[in-house]
Write a protein that binds this ligand. Structure first.
Ligand SMILES: CCCCCCCCCC/C=C\CCCCCCC/C=C/C(=O)SCCNC(=O)CCNC(=O)[C@H](O)C(C)(C)COP(=O)(O)OP(=O)(O)OC[C@H]1O[C@@H](n2cnc3c(N)ncnc32)[C@H](O)[C@@H]1OP(=O)(O)O
Ligand SMILES: Cc1cc2nc3c(=O)[nH]c(=O)nc-3n(C[C@H](O)[C@H](O)[C@H](O)COP(=O)(O)OP(=O)(O)OC[C@H]3O[C@@H](n4cnc5c(N)ncnc54)[C@H](O)[C@@H]3O)c2cc1C
Length: 672
């Protein structure tokens, strides 16, 4: 019985031979990646989507205009909801629904993109019981379409500078929502431009001339039947983007638009009919929808990188180019060491990002249930962790995907590879939900507070316990038996701790010289974001370690351990300058790490296809000609190209309109 369950009759023989080499069972590896229950659900829902033709793309989205894309995905999302009960086990399970939508719709967006990701989470966390009854139930029941309108044309990062106003009118018991300037226009919200009819809007709460900062308000923006904007509301699409073009990201303006007082989300902060304001239990509790998305992004980004790795690795086993030994025939490009070095570390990252995504979701669920009881102690830890992970993971994902694209040569540049689209969607993640640099500085703030606590002999939280431990002066890498690579993990810890304390000391020195805290922070901002990155990379490595240790099946643990060890070596080399600065690592130890990494590339090579097969992306979900499971790449590339709209006629009108007259004129001139 082959251990790679992807083998099927009619497959490209090259891939079948590769799959027969697997040292582990791919379905068991899928269970380690997704969790056994979700892995099974994904498999089953993919089969059902395959059978339901109403959920299939009517043509490749690469050949569609934006309007066609929006219409196509609106059609599919409606069909998806119509059949949902037959496809998934639990439609209230976000994870299962996300995978259904990934299979049926893809990642370019659809009218419910922000509805499920932010609008509903904002209502769940911030609406009181009566408001949940009024909006959450209809939202879950698809009676309305919502978005999350926070960012403005003039400000996205600095939320304290948002200009939209919600002024309380005691006489009518209403808020007046107003856009005072062009820069106050809401700008970017997903599905706002043409699809949504409701929005959770962030606006400054003003009572009796006093501003209480921005709060969230439920605003109906379009008529439920005609879909026309309501009086006092201007709304539209912001235009084409790098990718994500089946989403109508929009703009929104208010001209003294009135809403009832009870449309302010009042689970935590409240305003009564006399204009008396009650503070929330935590100043940033209104930011919960953002924290929610940051927490789900980690695993999803891992999945994006997993998709790109699957495409590039499968293709690298079909593509032959050049000879290693003269006269012995062209080799599979994955047999080149450089190709393995380009791709396997990306595969390892995809794995660890998915593991980290699972851990962070568990912490989010705990904080959410605490918040329900008014308990907010872990919110700061969650904010710090999600800020760092969101930034590091999105950044490494897009860098990794670019390696995957280049590893596919020219065909990687074609949209037929599928990589440009996933890359375009993933790279948006570096910006949305908090620009990466800004979020790294949020984590740095937490780390600097942690240093202060450490100096008092205390720990700020579990994530920074390691700051209390003493620093070793020299690494033991290559000096003791490798075992479970303990000295490697210790090196991540050392590098992070050293950078964190170093920048904390530098800040103190600048302040001791009389510099203000804020200016000192600016002088050290680059070093601070480095500290945040190193802390997060240590967290990721430690997370990989926890996962490997938790696996019971010996074959799965062994294959995962190879990836883990490769990850340790590759990432350490990527940040080796930090370890050389204080001579923690010596040159011979760096060589040792390199040699061990090259050894691991060879060890992983026979399992490469099975490690990507274990993601169990269906061909429908992958939307890639190069990454097809059966490996029949070339004939399908030719078929795909023939679908290009440019091939609808042998001669297109622009030839007769522009090129022909020019050439005729040129010929005539040369005959004169
Ligand atoms: C069809 C069916 C489908 C079903 C699908 C199911 C669902 C599947 C999920 C699919 C998921 C993903 C797919 C992705 C789709 C893509 C959608 C993209 C949508 C994008 C949306 C957006 O971008 S919304 C807008 C986001 N905006 C931002 O992120 C703005 C960033 N800025 C900020 O967050 C703040 O301004 C900033 C934190 C930078 C500063 O805030 P400020 O109030 O000025 O505070 P400070 O003074 O800096 O700090 C004061 C203290 O507060 C602490 N703090 C700040 N934020 C938080 C927080 N969130 N929580 C806790 N604490 C916080 C800060 O640390 C300070 O603490 P200290 O102790 O004083 O140091
Ligand atoms: C695909 C996509 C979907 C989106 N969906 C939504 C949505 O549904 N709802 C919504 O409300 N918004 C949405 N947004 C908006 C998004 O949240 C913002 O673009 C994001 O928060 C960044 O804010 P900004 O655009 O103002 O960038 P800016 O803050 O202007 O950033 C520009 C540069 O300035 C730097 N910078 C800014 N502040 C600081 C600082 N304090 N310290 C150091 N450097 C700084 C940044 O690092 C960056 O390099 C979306 C954006 C995208 C791209």
């Amino acid at each position: 019985m082959p251990l790679n369950k992807e083998i099927q009759p009619g497959d490209n023989d090259e891939l079948t031979r590769e799959r027969l080499q697997a040292t582990f069972d791919t379905q068991q590896m899928a269970a380690a990646l997704w969790g056994s229950d979700l892995a099974r659900k994904r498999r089953e829902l993919a089969k059902k989507v395959d059978k339901l033709t109403v959920l299939h793309d009517s043509k490749d989205m690469s050949f569609m205009t934006r309007e066609e894309k929006l219409s196509e995905n609106a059609r599919k999302v409606v069909q998806m909801f119509a059949h949902v009960a037959d496809i998934v086990e639990d439609p209230s399970d976000d994870a299962e629904m996300f995978h259904l939508s990934s299979n049926a719709i893809g990642h370019e967006g659809h009218p419910f993109g922000v509805h499920f990701v932010m609008f509903i989470p904002a209502l769940k966390a911030q609406a009181d019981d009566e408001q949940r009854e009024k909006w959450l139930m209809p939202a879950l029941g698809l009676q309305l379409i919502g978005t999350y309108a926070q960012t403005e044309l003039g400000h996205g990062t600095n939320l304290r500078a948002l200009e939209t106003m919600a002024t309380f009118d005691k006489a009518t018991d209403e808020f007046v929502i107003h856009t005072p300037t062009v820069t106050a226009l809401k700008w970017w919200p997903g599905s706002l431009g043409k699809s949504s009819n409701h929005a959770v809007v962030s606006a400054n709460l003003i009572i009796d001339g006093k501003s209480y900062g921005h709060h969230n308000f439920m605003v109906q923006i379009r008529d439920e039947n005609t879909h026309k904007p309501l009086k006092g509301i201007t709304v539209g699409d912001i235009g084409p983007k790098m990718a994500y073009n089946a989403s109508d990201n929009g703009f929104l303006g208010f001209d003294h638009h009135r809403i009832p007082r009870r449309n302010m989300l009042m689970r935590h902060a409240k305003v009564d009919k006399n204009g008396v304001y009650t503070k929330p239990p935590h100043a940033k509790i209104g930011y919960s929808a953002m924290v929610h998305v940051r927490s789900v992004m980690i695993g999803h980004q891992g999945m994006f990188l997993g998709s790109a790795s699957t495409i590039a690795i499968r293709y690298s086993l079909v593509r032959r180019q050049g000879e290693i030994k003269e006269g012995s025939g062209e080799v599979k490009i994955l047999d080149y060491q450089t190709q393995q070095h380009r791709l396997f570390p990306q595969l390892a990252r995809a794995y660890v990002f998915m593991f980290a995504g699972k851990e962070v979701r568990e912490l989010y669920q705990k904080v959410l249930s605490d918040m329900e009881k008014g308990e907010t102690t872990l919110l700061a830890d969650l904010h710090a962790l999600t800020s760092g992970l969101k930034s590091v993971v999105t950044h490494l994902c897009v860098a990794g995907m670019e390696q995957c694209r280049m590893a596919c040569g020219g065909h990687g540049y074609s949209r037929a590879s599928g990589i440009p689209e996933i890359w375009g969607v993933a790279v948006g993640g570096c910006t949305y939900e908090g620009e990466n640099m800004v979020m790294l500085l949020q984590l740095a703030r937490y780390l600097m507070k942690a240093v202060k606590e450490t100096k008092k002999g205390k720990s700020l939280g579990r994530l920074v316990d390691y700051l209390l431990l003493p620093q070793d002066r020299h690494s033991l890498i290559g000096r003791v038996p490798q075992g479970e690579y303990g000295p490697h993990l210790a090196a991540f810890e050392h590098i992070a701790r050293r950078q964190i304390f170093k920048v904390a000391d530098e800040l103190t020195k600048l302040q001791d010289k009389g510099m203000s805290k804020e200016i000192a922070w600016q002088k050290k901002a680059v070093e601070l974001q480095r500290a945040a990155r190193l802390h997060t990379r240590f967290y990721l490595a430690a997370c990989f370690h926890r996962k490997v240790q938790s696996v019971v099946d010996g074959r799965i643990r062994e294959a995962l351990a190879d990836l883990y060890h490769l990850h340790l070596n590759y990432e350490l080399l990527d940040m080796v300058n930090y370890a050389l600065e204080d001579a923690y690592l010596k040159a011979d130890q760096v060589d040792f790490i390199r040699e061990d990494m090259y050894r691991l590339l060879e060890t992983i090579r026979p399992n490469a296809i099975s490690l990507v097969d274990a993601f169990e992306f269906s061909d429908r979900e992958l939307r890639s000609v190069l990454g097809r499971r059966d490996g029949h790449v070339y004939e399908n590339l030719y078929k795909w190209a023939k679908e290009s709209e440019l091939n609808r006629a042998d001669v297109l009108p622009y030839f007769d309109k522009y090129l022909k007259p020019m050439m005729l004129a040129a010929r005539q001139r040369s005959n004169i």
